[in-house]
Design a protein around this ligand. Sequence first.
Ligand code: MTE
Ligand code: MO
Length: 426
Amino acid sequence: MSQHSSTSESGRHFLQQHQTLTRRYFLQLGAAGATAFSCSPLSAVDPEREKSLQQAIAEIESWLTSPADFRDVSRGKPVPHSLSEEIRKEVGLTRDSWKLEVISDPEHPARLRSPLTKEEGTALDFSGLMKLAETRSVRFPKVMTCLNIGCPLGMGIWEGVPLRDVVWQSKPVKDLRRVFYYGFHNHDEKQMFRSSLPVGRILEDPFDLPPVILCYKLNGQWLSPERGGPVRMVVPEAYGFKSIKWLTTVVLSNLATANDTYEKGNNDLDSPLKTFAATLSVPETIRPETPFAVTEYAQAGISGLQKVQVQILPRDEQQLSEEGDASEAMWRDAEILPPPAEWGGGLPGNVIPAPTLGFTASGQPKTWPLLLSKAHWAILLPGLPAGQYILRSRTIDKNGAAQPMPRPFQKSGHAAIEQIDFRVGS
Ligand SMILES: Nc1nc2c(c(=O)[nH]1)N[C@H]1C(S)=C(S)[C@@H](COP(=O)(O)O)O[C@H]1N2
Ligand SMILES: [Mo]
C-alpha cells in the first residue's frame, strides 16, 4: 500500500488505537480469556458488567426448537399440513392411513425383486415401520437449514428408521444408482417437490455421519403435520430440501445424476451444510467506554466449528477493512457456550433419550459443539468511544477455513459474512 488519503491516515491511527485498547481489555480478562463466564476474572473487577453478559446469555434461545416453532418451508396449494384431519386420513397423511411405496423408475429401471406397492398390498405401513423401529431406530441431533434462507429453521433430535432397511425390503439386484423420493402433492404432478441421493449414501454412512432416515419423531414427539408427519425423510448432512415431508414414494433408479426439483432454482444440489455464524444483534443503547455483550448462534457444518470471531470497525473504516490485512488482526475470539442445562424444544423430561448419536447413555454430549448442529456464543466487547461502528462475526471451521470460505457461493448455502451497523452513545 503506497498512498493514503488523510481520512484513511486518521483511520489507521484509530484502528491502531482501537486495537491496543482491545488487546489491553482482553489481557485484563486473563490468559484463559472469558472461558467460564460464571467465574470470569471480570466479575471481580466489575460485577455490573458481568451481569450484563450473564443476562445476555440467559436470553439466548433454547438449543432445541419446539416443533411448532420451526420456520416452515412448505409448498402446495393447499399446503398438505393445512388439510383437515379427515382429508389427511383419506390421502394417507395420518399414522393409521400412511403407506410408503418403494418402486422402480419406469424411465431408468432398477431391477427389484419385491417392489413395495399399494396395488400389490406390499407397501410399507406405519405399523410395519414401527416393527422395524423396534430393532433399527436411530436418533440424532440436526439443524434444519434451508439452502436459500440465511438462518436455520430449527434444531431437533430426529428419530427414524434407516432408509436402507426399507430399500432392502424391495430386494434390489442391479441397475440401481440413484434414489429419488417425493411426498403428497395434492395429486397434481406440477406440485411435486422431489429430491434425490446417490444410492451409496443410503446404503452406507460416511464416517461419523448418521444414516438417512424415514423420520417419525422430532424431539421425542410424533412428527406433526407441519413438520412433514406422519413420515418425512431426514438427510443428516444436507440442506432442508433433501428432507422431503409427507413422504409417500421412494423410486429406485438407474439414473446417474441428480433430478431434484430444487435444481430449477439454480441450487447446488450436492452441497452439504456449511459452518457459519450469523444474524447479529447488539444492545439497543451502548454507552461510551462501557463494555457490552453480544450473543448469537453458529452452525457447525460438515467441517465442524472451531471458533467464532467478532470484529468491530469504525464505520468510516469499512473501506479499510475491505483491503484485507489491517482488519484481519481485528478479529477477536468469542466464547462458544457449553452445553445448556435445559435442552428446550419440548423434549420430554429435558432428557436426551438414550441412545442418541453423539450423546452418552446418560444424555451428555460426547463432543461440543456437535456436528450438524447449532451452537451459541457470547462475547463481552470492550468499551468504545462514541461513534458509528460495524460489527461482523465469522466462524473458523475445524480445517482452519475462515467463513465465507471454503465455499462462499450463495447457491450452495448461506455463508456470507453478515455485518450490522451500530452506534455507541446517543
Ligand atoms: N414435500 C415437501 N417437502 C419439503 C418441502 C416442500 O415444500 N414439500 N420443502 C423442503 C425445504 S426447501 C426445506 S428447507 C425443508 C424445511 O423443513 P421444515 O418446514 O420442517 O422447517 O423441508 C423440505 N421438505
Ligand atoms: Mo429450503
